[in-house]
Design a protein around this ligand. Structure first.
Ligand SMILES: NC(=O)c1ccc[n+]([C@@H]2O[C@H](COP(=O)([O-])OP(=O)(O)OC[C@H]3O[C@@H](n4cnc5c(N)ncnc54)[C@H](O)[C@@H]3O)[C@@H](O)[C@H]2O)c1
Ligand SMILES: [Zn+2]
Length: 672
C-alpha cells in the first residue's frame, strides 16, 4: 500500500517537475509565459507539498531547491558575490501567521520588527558601486551567475551613475516598467504585428536584455532599490537604516513601512489590495522582511529562499482559460460588442465567465479564435479582457469569428462606418437598444432604482407597458402585479423605488439620460456648469468646449441629443412625471461646497475613492489636475509633480492629518 502511494507520488513529482521546468524556460528565457503566474505558483505549491510528504524523493535539481532562471549566452557572465535567491510565498493571512511562528521559534524570547515593502512586478538586478560611480549591473540569472547588463542599465534615468560615497558596495533593486510605458509599448507592438507582452515584468525583462541599448533606452525603464548586500566601510544594524542611507545617496528607494507584529503586517497587506490600482506600476504583492540584520544572519536561507523574508501574493488577476464561444451583445447606442464566453475561472476574488473583446479589429489584432486558450485578466473595476492567445495550445480545431451582417436582436442590417471600429445596428427602435437604455437609466450611478433588472425590463417592453425610461414613472402597481413572477408586494416595492428616484442629484439625472459619451464624470462637470436641463438645452457646441474637461466630441453629442425630437419628448415627459431637472439649492451641511481638491502621493488612511466620496459628500469636488481654480492640494507620501505645480500656483497645501481635521470641521475654510 505504502509502496503504491510512493510510486504514484514519484510519477506525479516527475511530471510536475517537467511542467515547471518548461514554464520556467518560457518565462525566464523567452519572456513569453504560457500560463499565468498564479497557475505557475500553484504547480510549485503542489510540488512543495508532495516533496514535504515524501522527503526521500527530494533531489537537488528539483525546481523547489533552486532559483528559476537561466543565463543567456549573448551576455557576459557575472558571478554573484552572494547568491541571489527567490522568495517564499504566502497567499493568505494564515500563511503569514505561520511564517511569523517560524520566526518566533528561531528568535526565542527576542522582540523583532518587520518592514513591509511593495513587491514590484519586475526583475531583480544587482549593482556594484566603487569610487563614487556605477561599475556593474547584472541580472539574477540562475542565482549564482547572472548576465552583465551594465550598458542597458545606464539608460535607466532613475539610476544614479555618480554618487558621493567613495566606498565600494553592492546593492539590489527591481527594474520595472510603469503601467503607462507598458501600455505604450504593447500598443506599438500590436501596430507592428508583433506579439504583445503579457505583463510589465516580461516587457521589462525583454527590454533589459536587448543587445542594442538604444532599444532599451527607448523603453523608459525605471528602478527601485531595496537591499544592500555589502559595504566596504559601513556597518548597518537594520533594514530601515539601509533605506535611509540609500535614499541619502540619491537612489530611488522602494516604498516601505515598518510593522511591530504580524497582525499589523496583515493589515498593511489588506490595505494594499485596493490601493495597488493607484500606483503607476504593477505590484503583485508585498514583501515582508525582518528589520534587524543580525537576526537575518541567525535565520539564514534554504537553497531557494531566505528564511527571514516572505512574499505575500495578491489574488490572481490573470489566468488562462478556454474561449468556448464568441457572442454578440447590442448596447444602448446600438454598438455590437463581441464577448468571449469563457470556461469559468476565479479572478481577483470573483468568478469570471465572460470577457469583452471590444470590437472586430481587436479580435483580428489579437488573432482570437473560438476554441482558443487565452490569458484573461481582471484588474480593479475594469471588465475582464483577453490579454493574449496562447498559440502553442492550438489544435487546429479553432475557428474564426465572423461579425454578423444583421443585428442578432432585431434582425436589422448593421453598418460599420469606414473610419470606425464599431459595428452598429441601424434600427433606432431596436429593442436591445431600448432595453439597454432603460437599464442604464435605472443603474446605481444613474437613477439608482432598485428591483428593476434585465428580466423585468424585458417583460415591460414585450407587454407594451413601457417604450422608454420616462414611461417608468407612469406605471401603476396594477400593471406590474399581473406580470409573471411579480406579486402585489414586489410590485409595490418597485413602484415605491421609482417614486423615490424623483429627486436624485442633478448630475445623476444628466448621466441617466444616456447621452452618448457623457459618462458619470462628464455629467458631474456639466452639472457644475449648468443649473438646469433647460439651460443645457439652449447651449451651443462653442460654449460647451470652453469648459476645460469637455472636448468637441462630447459637445457635439450633447447638442445633437437635445435637437432630436424624440429626446425632447422624453425630457418633457420626465418633467411631467416630476423629476428634478435642475440643480438643488446648496445645503448647509455642504460645508465644502465650491471647493476643489486635488490629491497627490499615497495616503495612509484613505483610498482615492474614499477621499473623493468624502469631499463630495461635503459638497466639494475632487479633480485630477492642479490649476489656478484649485483650492487645496492634499499631499500624501511621495507626492508627484502636482506638488510643485501647486506650490507655483500658490494653492494651499494640506497634509493628510490637516485634511482629516478639515473633514471633522476642526479646521475652518475660507474661499480664496
Ligand atoms: N507564468 C509562468 O509560466 C511562470 C514561470 C516561471 C516563473 N513565474 C513567476 O515568476 C516568479 C518566480 O520568480 P522569482 O523566483 O523571481 O520569485 P518571486 O517573484 O516569487 O520573488 C522573488 C523576486 O521578487 C522580486 N522583488 C520585487 N520586489 C522586491 C522587494 N521589495 N524585495 C525583494 N525582492 C523583490 C525580486 O526580483 C526577487 O527576485 C513568480 O511570480 C512566478 O509566478 C511564472
Ligand atoms: Zn437591433
Amino acid at each position: 500500500m505504502k509502496n503504491l502511494e510512493q510510486e504514484q507520488a514519484e510519477q506525479k513529482i516527475k511530471s510536475l517537475r517537467e511542467k515547471i521546468r518548461e514554464h520556467e524556460y518560457n518565462y525566464f528565457v523567452l519572456d513569453d509565459p504560457r500560463i499565468s503566474d498564479a497557475e505557475f505558483d500553484q504547480l510549485m505549491q503542489q510540488l512543495i507539498k508532495l516533496e514535504s510528504e515524501f522527503p526521500s524523493l527530494v533531489t537537488s535539481d528539483s525546481p523547489t531547491q533552486r532559483v528559476g532562471g537561466e543565463v543567456l549566452d549573448e551576455f557576459e557572465k557575472v558571478e554573484h558575490s552572494t547568491t541571489m535567491l527567490s522568495l517564499d510565498n504566502a497567499f493568505n493571512p494564515a500563511d503569514l501567521r505561520e511564517f511569523d511562528q517560524r520566526i518566533q521559534k528561531n528568535l526565542t524570547g527576542q522582540t523583532y520588527q518587520y518592514v513591509v515593502e511593495h513587491k514590484i512586478d519586475g526583475l531583480s538586478a544587482v549593482m556594484r558601486y566603487d569610487q563614487g560611480s556605477f561599475q556593474l549591473g547584472a541580472t539574477r540569472g540562475n542565482g549564482e551567475i547572472g548576465e552583465d547588463i551594465s550598458k542597458n542599465m545606464k539608460t535607466i534615468r532613475s539610476l544614479p551613475l555618480k554618487i558621493s560615497d567613495q566606498a565600494s558596495f553592492e546593492l539590489r533593486g527591481e527594474i520595472y516598467l510603469s503601467k503607462s510605458e507598458f501600455a505604450r509599448i504593447n500598443k506599438a507592438r500590436l501596430a507592428n504585428d508583433e506579439a504583445t507582452f503579457a505583463n510589465p515584468r516580461n516587457a521589462a525583462a525583454g527590454s533589459i536584455r536587448q543587445l542594442d541599448s538604444k532599444i532599451a533606452a527607448n523603453r523608459n525603464l525605471s528602478i527601485l532599490v531595496y537591499d544592500l548586500i555589502s559595504h566596504s566601510e559601513k556597518e548597518f544594524k537594520t533594514h530601515l537604516e539601509v533605506f535611509a542611507y540609500l535614499k541619502n545617496q540619491g537612489f530611488k528607494v522602494n516604498w516601505h513601512q515598518s510593522a511591530e507584529n504580524i497582525e499589523q503586517v496583515i493589515k498593511i497587506c489588506q490595505q494594499w489590495h485596493e490601493k495597488r490600482e493607484e500606483l503607476d506600476f504593477e505590484i503583485d504583492g508585498l514583501v515582508i522582511k525582518l528589520n534587524n540584520l543580525a537576526d537575518r544572519q541567525k535565520l539564514g536561507a534554504t537553497a531557494r529562499s531566505p528564511r527571514w523574508a516572505i512574499a505575500y501574493k495578491f489574488p490572481a488577476q490573470q489566468k488562462t482559460t478556454k474561449i468556448k464561444d464568441i457572442e454578440i451583445s447590442v448596447g444602448r447606442t446600438g454598438a455590437l460588442t463581441p464577448t468571449a464566453v469563457l470556461e469559468p475561472v476565479e479572478l481577483a476574488g470573483s468568478t469570471v465567465s465572460r470577457a469583452t473583446l471590444h470590437n472586430e479589429d481587436e479580435i483580428e489584432r489579437k488573432d482570437i479564435r473560438i476554441g482558443d486558450t487565452a490569458l484573461v485578466q481582471k484588474a480593479g473595476d475594469v471588465i475582464p479582457e483577453v490579454v493574449k492567445i496562447i498559440k502553442a495550445e492550438r489544435t487546429g480545431k479553432e475557428h474564426q469569428f465572423i461579425m454578423p451582417e444583421h443585428c442578432p436582436v432585431c434582425g436589422s442590417k448593421v453598418i460599420r462606418p469606414e473610419d470606425e471600429a464599431v459595428t452598429r445596428c441601424t434600427n433606432i427602435s431596436c429593442p436591445a437598444q431600448r432595453k439597454e437604455g432603460i437599464l442604464h437609466f435605472v443603474s446605481r450611478n444613474a437613477m439608482n432604482i432598485d428591483g428593476i433588472g434585465p428580466a423585468l425590463v424585458e417583460q415591460l417592453l414585450s407587454n407594451n407597458l413601457i417604450e422608454d425610461y420616462a414611461d417608468l414613472y407612469f406605471l401603476k402597481v396594477s400593471h406590474l402585479a399581473d406580470l409573471e413572477r411579480m406579486g402585489q408586494k414586489s410590485s409595490q416595492n418597485v413602484i415605491t423605488a421609482i417614486k423615490d428616484s424623483k429627486d436624485r442629484e442633478f448630475f445623476r439625472v444628466l448621466y441617466a439620460l444616456g447621452i452618448r459619451h457623457v459618462g458619470i464624470g462628464a455629467a458631474r462637470i456639466l452639472a457644475d456648469n449648468f443649473t438646469s436641463i433647460a439651460e443645457l438645452e439652449s447651449t451651443s457646441v462653442e460654449k460647451l468646449v470652453e469648459i476645460a474637461e469637455i472636448g468637441p466630441v462630447i459637445a457635439e453629442s450633447i447638442v445633437g441629443f437635445f435637437q432630436e425630437r424624440h429626446n425632447q419628448d422624453l425630457i418633457c415627459r420626465l418633467k411631467q412625471a416630476g423629476i428634478k431637472l435642475a440643480r438643488k439649492a446648496e445645503q448647509s451641511d455642504k460645508f465644502l461646497a465650491g471647493y476643489k481638491f486635488v490629491f497627490t502621493g499615497s495616503l495612509e488612511n484613505f483610498t482615492r475613492s474614499e477621499v473623493k466620496d468624502l469631499v463630495e459628500k461635503a459638497g466639494g469636488r475632487a479633480v485630477s489636475s492642479v490649476s489656478s481654480q484649485t483650492d487645496f492640494l492634499v499631499s500624501g507620501k511621495n507626492p508627484g509633480s502636482k506638488y510643485k505645480q501647486a506650490t507655483e500656483l500658490g494653492v494651499e497645501i494640506l497634509t493628510e492629518a490637516e485634511f482629516e481635521k478639515l473633514l471633522a470641521k476642526e479646521k475652518t475654510v475660507t474661499k480664496k
